[in-house]
Design a protein. Sequence first.
Length: 130
Amino acid sequence: MQEVNQLNVFVADDSKPSKMLTIIMLQSLGCSVTGADDGLEALDITSKQPFDLIFLDENMPGLKGSDVAEQLCIVESSGINRNTPKVSLTGLVGEDAVENLYKKGITHHIEKPVTKAMLESFLTSWHEGN
């Protein structure tokens, strides 16, 4: 991946192994990463601290990833991460299910299982588009 300014990213996933692996992969790609274990913790952190990208597992206890995105976009309408891209990390693949994610504020979708190559490709294309 091209050397870019270090991105400050957020990852929320209730599966500790999945969260840790995603964090390690993002760090190896030059990102500074903050993590959370569930949707409520994710909303708490992302409503107080700015991020360049927010990665959210969809199926988490407390709040689903798309619910966190929706809260950040609607309830926190003047919030610091209102316009931050929100990336769903999920096994959902059905067209309707994925469309519902976008309706709730998710801006990008990466299908699990997530690999370093997938993250690198996403970060490269996202960076080039900004």
